[in-house]
Design a protein around this ligand. Structure first.
Ligand code: C2E
Ligand code: MG
Ligand code: MG
Ligand code: MG
Length: 289
């Protein structure tokens, strides 16, 4: 791609401006291709949902799972949601895709409960467009719970700070309504958003998820551990649960435990798993207890 751009730039006797234009064309083209593939995939529901266990730092038991979208590619690999969700959002496809993921996660939760025999929370990420446009996110959630038979108390919805700060009053109202149905709410990637500390005391939420960028730092830098410590203290004081994301090592685990953090998820315990792999993982997790 770059070679071709270079060739064009030279052969047309132009300067760097031409080079950048070619690069930008190539990029726009590949986004268009991705968008077209994505549109088709949404139509055909060609996605999967993987699940990552969430573990109590008090008891060591699995207390929940987070639903994470996966898009299988032609080569048997998976395209990361970090790569396709922004494109889906931009293309106006995320409301539909998010609704599908919510539905799948809730119906899998009911199946999982049948298979493992203990209760847990199913955490589902909401996208900005799901949260904003569908002023009917509340009724959508209600319908999915009714259709699948999942008890509302087993569903946790994850939102990010950026989805809330634009119109705080409207956001709070939606969160209140969701909690009135009986679902719980978590703030995802907490600490990375642009937000005042003041807003957090007003938000009707049940859980703060410390972003993994702070966790990777806790045993190396003072900065990361200071943020983790502050979020745990803040959450505890406000009566919220605090969950640490992205725990990869025993040291990080021990540190978060010493702070009084409530739960964690991360590669240290398990990567996101297919439904069948999750069933085995959760069944094994209770055997020794
Ligand atoms: P997230 O909600 O913050 O999810 C956590 C991400 O961290 C996941 O990435 C997970 O695989 C990854 N992770 C978990 N443990 C570790 C660890 O120990 N180390 C490292 N390095 N990473 C870890 P994933 O699955 O690629 O998802 C990325 C993001 O895509 C999610 O971040 C979420 O914002 C978004 N996403 C995924 N599924 C959905 C969905 O159904 N709806 C919406 N709206 N967004 C989704
Ligand atoms: Mg999340
Ligand atoms: Mg997160
Ligand atoms: Mg995220």
């Amino acid at each position: 791609k770059a070679d071709m751009a270079m060739f064009h730039a030279k052969s047309s006797g132009r300067n760097n401006v031409q080079f950048f234009t070619e690069e930008m064309n190539a990029k726009a083209l590949s986004i268009l291709t991705l968008e077209r593939k994505l549109r088709l995939a949404v139509q055909e529901q060609a996605f999967e949902v993987y699940y990552q266990p969430q573990v109590s730092l008090h008891t060591g038991q699995v207390t929940g799972v987070e639903a994470l979208l996966r898009w299988p590619d032609e080569n048997g690999g998976m395209i990361s949601p970090a790569d396709f969700i922004p494109v889906a959002e931009e293309a106006g496809l995320m409301a539909k895709l998010g609704a599908w993921a919510l539905q799948r996660a809730c119906s899998d939760a009911v199946k999982l409960y049948d298979r493992v025999g203990f209760s847990f929370k199913m955490a589902v990420n909401l996208s900005a467009s799901q949260f904003q446009h569908s002023g009917d996110i509340v009724s959508q959630v209600g319908e999915v719970l009714e259709q699948t038979g999942l008890p509302a108390a087993m569903l946790q919805l994850e939102v990010t700070e950026s989805m809330l700060i634009e119109d705080m009053d409207a956001a709070c109202e939606i969160l209140e309504q969701l909690r009135r149905i009986g679902v719980t709410v978590a703030i995802d990637d907490f600490g990375t958003g642009y937000s005042s500390l003041n807003y957090i005391t007003k938000l009707p939420v049940d859980c703060l998820k410390i972003d993994k960028s702070f966790i990777s730092d806790v045993t190396e830098s003072q900065g990361g551990s200071a943020v983790a410590m502050t979020v745990v203290t803040l959450g505890n004081k406000l009566g919220m649960k605090v969950l640490a994301e992205g725990i990869e090592t025993a040291e990080q685990l021990a540190f978060l435990q010493s702070l009084g953090c409530d739960e964690y998820q991360g590669y240290y315990y398990a990567k996101p798993l297919s439904f069948e792999a999750l069933v085995s993982c959760l069944s094994d997790s209770r055997k020794g207890h």
